[in-house]
Design a protein around this ligand. Structure first.
Ligand code: SF4
Ligand code: SF4
Length: 381
């Protein structure tokens, strides 16, 4: 099989090394695609990492080689965030056999073999991001938690069977998802977390899957969790709230021993509040300035642009408010005739409930919120 490699950085270099030595594969070209000098350019070819002197081709030349049957496929080994964009560009050049090497092969923690490459189903789009609540409640209960976890008074967990069904439905609609964040609340509170990890990885072998945690519940005896994360190349995203800060060395040590990667946010000492219960905000303005506008949220067969329309009942029930979502704010994943491409378009638009958010975010100091008050969530005036 004759392959052209579209690679970048260390992932591209590792793909190059593997493909140039693999049985039955001939690396016939390196695609140097100068879309933008600062992002998707093929850096490793430009820095002369090409020990076998494989010809460097423009994307047009790669398309020509494919049409002339001098190349059977193109393999992407580049930044996860640009895969959707780059694969569309390649399709536009008439190349229909495209595979990718997932980003978790980048640093050598996982060995590459022929099964590491995922073929793209070109009839479907790729979704950029989803988040999912493994647990709705939390051990930390920060004041003004944007997911209202400190208002969830009884343990509440994601429904595993429904998740398996929903993630498989998403696989019907999309060939891939760039990033899946399993979060909450505190996901580590859910003993079934390893099962969720296996299910997410099985459905989306190429996704960058993260467990978003405050880190306080991570212990070295959670062997099943570490095993699932290791086997599925799933990493921790640790949010560094003040109580987490002094644990970071210990967490790094535990994760290092278990060969599980973790990334750590900069210290989070401030939160912000944006609710406007009167609903008088301009939804387009609120949406345009909202940091959560790309945080697509999945729960029990329903999907929405952000978590708000699916979780606002928690706030309404606690404080007797009447913040309402519009009938189109939440989309049924099982809607008849739903197509992935249409779903992406719908998820890009402001929702009716955005009028209950203000662009005038009020910043306040992080505090534990054992005594929550409605004002904790209210925007500045
Ligand atoms: S750690 Fe704080 S912000 Fe994060 S889910 Fe728990 S209560 Fe909310
Ligand atoms: S409802 Fe709209 S403005 Fe409010 S957090 Fe969600 S996307 Fe942002």
């Amino acid at each position: 099989m004759n392959i052209i490699l579209y690679g970048k950085g260390n992932l591209g270099k590792r793909a190059y090394d593997y493909l140039s030595g693999a049985d039955g594969i001939m690396l016939t070209g390196l695609c140097s695609d100068s879309i933008n000098e600062s992002d998707t350019k093929l850096e490793f070819a430009d820095s002369n990492y090409n020990p076998f002197r494989v010809p460097v081709l423009s994307l047009d030349e790669a398309g020509e080689a494919y049409r002339n049957k001098e190349a059977d496929a193109i393999i992407l080994a580049t930044d996860n965030e640009v895969i959707s964009f780059v694969s569309r560009r390649i399709l536009e050049k008439g190349i229909y056999d495209i595979a990718l090497l997932p980003s978790y092969y980048e640093d050598g923690s996982y060995d590459i073999d022929d099964g590491s490459f995922e073929w793209i189903e070109i009839t479907k789009p790729r979704l950029d991001y989803i988040e999912y609540h493994i647990s709705f409640h939390c051990n930390l209960n920060c004041k003004g938690c944007s997911h209202f976890s400190n208002l969830i008074h009884e343990p509440r967990f994601g429904d595993y069977d429904q998740f398996v069904k929903d993630i498989s439905r998403l696989r019907d609609l999309f060939w891939g998802i760039s990033k899946i964040r399993l979060m909450g609340g505190e996901p580590v509170l859910n003993k079934q977390l390893p099962d969720f990890i296996y299910a997410a990885r099985e459905a989306f072998p190429d996704a960058d899957i993260r467990i978003v945690s405050n880190g306080l519940m991570i212990r070295e005896d959670q062997k099943e969790l570490f095993k699932a994360m290791r086997e599925c190349a799933v990493f921790f995203d640790i949010s560094t709230y003040p109580p987490t800060g002094h644990l970071l060395n210990r967490l790094s040590e535990i994760c290092g021993k278990e060969h599980v990667k973790l990334t750590v946010t900069p210290p989070v000492n401030e939160f912000s509040a944006s609710l406007n219960p009167a609903g008088t905000s301009d939804p387009d303005v609120s949406f345009a300035t909202c940091p959560a506008r790309h945080c697509v949220y999945l729960c029990d067969g329903m999907i929405s642009t952000c978590i708000m329309p699916q979780i606002i009942d928690v706030f309404n029930n606690e404080y007797g408010t009447d913040i309402r979502s519009g009938e189109n704010d939440v989309i049924d994943l099982y809607e008849e005739g739903l197509k992935g491409i249409d779903l992406i378009e719908r998820l890009k638009k402001p929702m009716e409930i955005c009028r209950y958010c203000s662009s005038n975010r009020r910043v306040f100091e992080w505090k534990p919120g054992n005594d929550p008050h409605m004002d904790d969530w209210i925007a500045g005036t």
